[in-house]
Design a protein. Structure first.
Lengths: 133, 124
């Protein structure tokens, strides 16, 4: 199985790098071109959240397997301010930074599995997965 | 990454390449909004055929550029959104607001010409 990829995220160049590397791994795993676009768009949104809210963090991409299906796991963690109310942050249009406020709920729609853990003052971790159709 | 502006008659065309950073996006917006005045363009076309994704930042920036051009009297058309990109934008929940879109450069130019004609007729 392919190795995992770790990428430090602290600038808009890193956001670009993350989505390119994530797309490359997903392509190796056999995702369709539509799915590659969905996955790299979700990566872009989540990576951008790290830069906007936590300033820096890390993303990990790795292959996964469920029964006979291949998939990709994307993990994004930071030690930023955390999200006080995740339910509110997951609503479309909610933003504290002047952005469109669709990053988190949008990424959830683009991927198959989506999990977010956040603690005020400690940071945020997003884990999302998509399975090859 | 510098993105060149191409003057085509009364219109200004900008073709975006993949791998644009946020700073590149903001810069090309400034260049276009300034360019439509400098070249006294009646319309502007932003060609995103080569882009493999539009995320919320890119969509917001496209909207801002088009509104800013509109405020300066120039209509903007975004052309070349690829099928996968369109599909991902829908799922993400992105809209381009009231921005005009067209399939490709040819359709975009035709749309701008049609609009200019209608505007001219109304003015008489």
């Amino acid at each position: 199985m392919e190795d995992e990829i770790k990428i430090g995220i602290k600038s808009d160049e890193d956001v670009l790098n993350a989505r390119q590397q994530g797309r490359a791994l997903a392509a190796q795993l056999g995702f369709s071109s539509v799915d590659l676009t969905l996955i790299s768009t979700a990566i872009s949104e989540i990576a951008r959240n790290i830069v906007s809210y936590a300033r820096q963090g890390e993303m990990v991409f790795r292959p996964d397997r469920k029964n006979s299906r291949k998939g990709i796991v994307v993990i994004a963690c930071d030690q930023g301010p955390g999200i006080p109310d995740i339910n509110v942050a997951m609503q479309d249009g909610y933003s504290t930074s002047g952005s469109l406020g669709i990053g988190l709920p949008g990424a959830r729609r683009l991927m198959d599995d989506f999990e977010i853990v956040s603690e005020a003052g400690k940071g945020t971790c997003v884990t999302m997965k998509k399975w090859v159709r | 990454m510098a993105v060149p502006l191409l003057k085509q008659g009364d219109h200004l065309i900008i073709s975006l390449q993949p791998g644009l950073t946020d700073k590149d996006w903001l810069k090309l917006g400034d260049d276009l909004v300034e360019g439509v005045g400098k070249f006294r363009s009646k319309g502007a076309i932003i060609d995103i055929t080569a882009l493999d994704l539009i995320d919320s930042f890119a969509a917001r920036t496209l909207r801002s550029i088009a509104y800013a051009c509109k405020l300066r009297g120039t209509e903007t058309v975004v052309v070349g959104i690829q099928p996968e990109v369109a599909f991902a934008m829908v799922q993400l929940g992105l809209t381009l607001g009231s921005i005009m879109t067209a399939l490709d450069l040819e359709e975009g130019l035709a749309l701008l010409k049609k609009q200019a004609k209608e505007k001219g007729t109304r003015g008489r």
